[in-house]
Design a protein around this ligand. Structure first.
Ligand code: NDP
Length: 313
C-alpha cells in the first residue's frame, strides 16, 4: 500500500496553500483534487480582493497559478476523489480510499474539501436542474442571453451573480425571502442601482414552471400570501453553501451544520494528525485569502506534528 506523509484532500486555495508549505517543508504532499478541481473559484469571474493582483484576476486563472506553484515546489497533484477515510484508530497512519477502489495510508491528513452550493429542495428545482435551473450564474448565465431570469438569495453571492446576469439577460428578478438583504451595503447598492434588476422582498419560490425546460416561475409573497407568475428562461439559486465534510462525520467533531471544529488558534481537529482548513471549517469569513491563510496554518501544524512524533520515537 502506498504511504503518504502528507495527504491533502481538496484543491481550492486552502489545499494548494497547504501543499505549497508542505512541499517546502519536504513533506512530499499529495493533493487529491476532488469533485471540483480548483474549488469554488473556478466558477467565479473576477477576483478583485485577493492581494497581489492589483488589476484583479479571473478565478480559474488564479487557481491554475496556485496549482502551478504547488507543483513547481514538488506537490504531487492527482485527479481523484477520496471516497472514505478511517480515523477509527485515533492514531496515524490512517487508511483512506481513493475513487472507492485504491487504498492508501497517510501519516497526516489535511482536510480542505471546501463547501458546495445549497439548494432550495423543492421538487421543480430538482426536476429542472440542468434544464434552466443552476447554482452558478457565471457558468450558465450565457445560455439565457437576452432572456428574463430569476435568482434567489439576498447575500453577497446572489447580489454579485444578479449584477453579472443583468449584463447579459434582459431582466433579472431577485427573490429575497426576508425584508432585507444580507449582502454588504456596497453590493446592495449595486443591485438596487441596476435598472433591469427587480428585487422582490418577502418572496419565496412557490414553483419553477416548465415541462422539459424552465419557462416561468410562480413566486409567493410570504407576508400577504399573494402569488404571481413571471416568465423566465433561467432560475439561479444563490443561498449559501454546505461544507463538504460528510465522509469525516463518524470521527471528526463538527457543528450542527457540518463545519469542522478546529482547536482554538490552530487547525488541529479532535483526531490526532488530522487538520482542517478553508471553507470546510470556516463559516464566518469564507474568503479565498482566509482559506489560503488557514491552508498555510494546516501545513505548519502538520509539519510540527510530524516532527514531534519523530522526536518522541
Ligand atoms: P450567505 O449565507 O451570506 O447568504 C445566503 C442568502 O440566501 C441569505 O440572503 C439567505 O437569506 C438566503 N437563503 C438561505 N436559505 C434560503 C432559502 N431556503 N430560501 C431563500 N433564501 C435563502 O451566502 P453567500 O453565498 O451569499 O455568501 C457567503 C459568504 O461569502 C459571505 O460571507 C459573503 O460575504 C461572502 N462573499 C463575498 C463576496 C465578495 O466579497 N465579493 C462575494 C460572494 C460572497 P436570510 O438572510 O434570510 O437568511
Amino acid at each position: 500500500m502506498e504511504h503518504i506523509e502528507c495527504l491533502i484532500i481538496g484543491s481550492g486555495p486552502a489545499g494548494y496553500t497547504a501543499a505549497i508549505y508542505a512541499a517546502r517543508a519536504d513533506m512530499k504532499p499529495v493533493v487529491y483534487e476532488g469533485m471540483q478541481p480548483g474549488g469554488q473559484l473556478t466558477i467565479t469571474t473576477d477576483v478583485e480582493n485577493y492581494p497581489g493582483y492589483p488589476n484583479g484576476i479571473m478565478g480559474p486563472e488564479m487557481m491554475e497559478l496556485f496549482k502551478t506553484q504547488a507543483v513547481r515546489l514538488g506537490t504531487d497533484v492527482r485527479f481523484g476523489l477520496i471516497t472514505s477515510v478511517d480515523f477509527s484508530s485515533g492514531k496515524p497512519p490512517y487508511i483512506v480510499s481513493v475513487d472507492d477502489n485504491i487504498q492508501i495510508s497517510a501519516a497526516t491528513v489535511i482536510i480542505s474539501t471546501g463547501a458546495s452550493a445549497r439548494w432550495l429542495g423543492i421538487p421543480s428545482e430538482t426536476r429542472l436542474n440542468g434544464s434552466g435551473v443552476s447554482a452558478c450564474a457565471v457558468c450558465d448565465g450565457f445560455f439565457f442571453r437576452q432572456q428574463p431570469v430569476a435568482i434567489v438569495g439576498g447575500g453577497d453571492t446572489a447580489c454579485e451573480e444578479a449584477s453579472y446576469l443583468a449584463k447579459i439577460c434582459s431582466k433579472v428578478y431577485m427573490l429575497v425571502r426576508g425584508d432585507n438583504f444580507r449582502a454588504s451595503k456596497a453590493m446592495q447598492h449595486r443591485v438596487l442601482n441596476t435598472p433591469n434588476i427587480e428585487v422582490l422582498f418577502n418572496t419565496d419560490t412557490d414553483e419553477i414552471l416548465g415541462d422539459k425546460a424552465v419557462t416561468g416561475l410562480r413566486v409567493k409573497n410570504n407576508k400577504t400570501g399573494e402569488t404571481r407568475e413571471v416568465e423566465i428562461g433561467g432560475f439561479f439559486v444563490a443561498i449559501g453553501h454546505t461544507p463538504n465534510t460528510t465522509i469525516f462525520k463518524p470521527w471528526i467533531e463538527m457543528d450542527a451544520t457540518g463545519y469542522i471544529i478546529t482547536k482554538p488558534d490552530s487547525t488541529h481537529t479532535n483526531v490526532e494528525g488530522v487538520f482542517a482548513c478553508g471553507d470546510a471549517q470556516d463559516k464566518t469569513y469564507r474568503q479565498a485569502v482566509t482559506a489560503a491563510g488557514t491552508g498555510c496554518m494546516a501545513a505548519l501544524d502538520a509539519e510540527r506534528y510530524l516532527s514531534s512524533v519523530m522526536h518522541s520515537k
